[in-house]
Unconditional design. Structure first.
Length: 186
């Protein structure tokens, strides 16, 4: 099986794509094409590089000092078969998985009715950041997400309880408005 990636190697040592020190797998291809996306070079389904899954597994085996792996892109959900196989492998290595998708959790459940592998993938993911990036809702106060509409979800708990369960620790209780004057140094 092959996967189309934006980069032929996993990006190690990321501290912005989920909690802890993480390796990031940048999938290629995204139909959302969000205005203001931080990674527009991953939108085309024809660009990037095709890699055999076994090559990616070998890269995972060689990782050191990583708390987990983040599936990002592009949008990993467009390559659900390959991402599911990799997610199972990552879990066998006792690593946690974050996944960024432009689909909402509710959309994924609907799509999962036609393609059960989507639900299988959700069961492997520890933290799901869902929803498209919306430029008008961009906020520097969001933790691990770019716009306020995006949610940080526990997909396993959400599937069990049949409702969206947010990972509460990423939603500070005293939310301050993004006030540039407070952040300016004179």
């Amino acid at each position: 099986m092959e996967i189309r990636l934006a980069s032929p190697i996993l990006q190690a040592d990321s501290i912005v794509d989920g909690e802890g020190v993480r390796a990031v797998l940048w999938t290629q291809g995204c139909g959302h094409k969000c205005l203001g996306c931080h990674n527009p070079s991953t939108h085309s389904f024809d660009d990037g590089i095709l890699l055999d899954i076994e090559e990616v597994k070998a890269q995972i085996d060689s990782l050191e000092g990583q708390d987990g792996i983040t599936l990002s892109g592009g949008d990993p959900m467009y390559q659900v078969d390959a991402c599911l196989e990799l997610a199972k492998y990552i879990k066998s290595k006792k690593m946690n998985i974050w996944c960024y998708t432009g689909f909402t959790y509710e959309n994924l459940l609907k799509l999962g009715e036609a393609n059960p592998k989507i639900i299988e993938l959700l069961k492997q993911i520890d933290v799901l950041v869902d929803g498209p990036f919306i430029l008008d809702k961009k906020s520097y106060d969001c933790v691990f997400r770019g716009s306020t509409n995006q949610r940080i979800i526990d997909p396993k708990e959400s599937l069990k309880k049949k409702k969206v369960c947010l990972v509460e620790k990423y939603y500070p209780k005293d939310k301050k408005k993004n006030n540039k004057r407070e952040r300016m140094y004179i």
